[in-house]
Write a protein that binds this ligand. Structure first.
Ligand SMILES: N[C@@H](CCC(=O)N[C@@H](CS)C(=O)NCC(=O)O)C(=O)O
Length: 203
């Protein structure tokens, strides 16, 4: 296997997942600021153009972070980061999808349409006027999440999972780029600091 990686929250999700699994996967860095990922060589691996992308070694490539992490979990079940029972796996997928749709996607689109507009305006459809509203929507959902996190160590209770990795990767990436963590959300802030203390957070 070989991981095509870059700056940004999506590749960080997969690098953290790999680190938590204790796997060693060679990494090739692609320069997304210069648009190397929008050139034919990379589009041949992932026609959607996004990073990361996992080369499986048989000539095939996987992209989309949840698909890559599901694949790695099936190939390397221990330690479980999605789950060992149908109930655990479904609960992880529920929280992963919630944080993805309600928080991570608004955050990253706010960046693409705001601070990152110069990079993205000629690559994807952008809606600059939506950036402030998307930031507000993500913050409102974080406050909603805060109300559900009391007494919980992780999004799935006492299990550290892909859902935590995903939310942490996005919050930590955008914290210094126009979307700071609101520390009034004490449960989320405590959770964030716990995840930041894991060795994988530096992956
Ligand atoms: N839905 C994709 C998103 C991939 C994505 O947007 N990656 C960003 C890096 S965080 C990227 O490649 N941005 C540069 C570009 O789109 O040109 C996934 O799950 O991997």
């Amino acid at each position: 296997m070989r991981l095509f990686s870059s700056v940004g929250p999506n590749p960080l999700v997969v690098r953290m997942f790999i680190a938590e699994k204790g796997l060693t996967v060679p990494v090739e860095t692609v320069d997304i600021i210069k648009g190397e990922n929008r050139q034919p060589a990379y589009l041949g691996r992932n026609p959607a153009g996004g990073l990361p992308c996992l080369a499986l070694g048989d000539g095939s490539y996987l992209s989309e972070i949840t698909a890559i992490c599901e694949y790695l979990e099936e190939r390397h079940p221990a330690p479980p980061l999605i789950g060992t029972t149908p109930e655990e796996r479904a609960t992880t997928r529920m929280w992963t999808r919630r944080v993805d749709l309600l928080i991570c996607e608004p955050m990253i689109n706010a960046f693409r349409f705001g601070e990152g507009l110069a990079i993205f305006k000629d690559r994807i459809p952008t809606i600059p006027e939506a950036a402030p509203g998307l930031k507000r929507a993500a913050q409102q959902r974080l406050s909603w999440l805060d109300g559900l996190m009391g007494g919980k160590s992780f999004l799935c209770g006492n299990r550290f999972t892909l859902a935590d990795i995903m939310l942490y990767s996005f919050l930590s990436t955008f914290e210094p780029m126009g979307q700071p963590l609101n520390r009034d959300n004490r449960n989320v802030a405590g959770w964030f600091d716990r995840i930041a203390g894991r060795a994988s957070a530096k992956a």
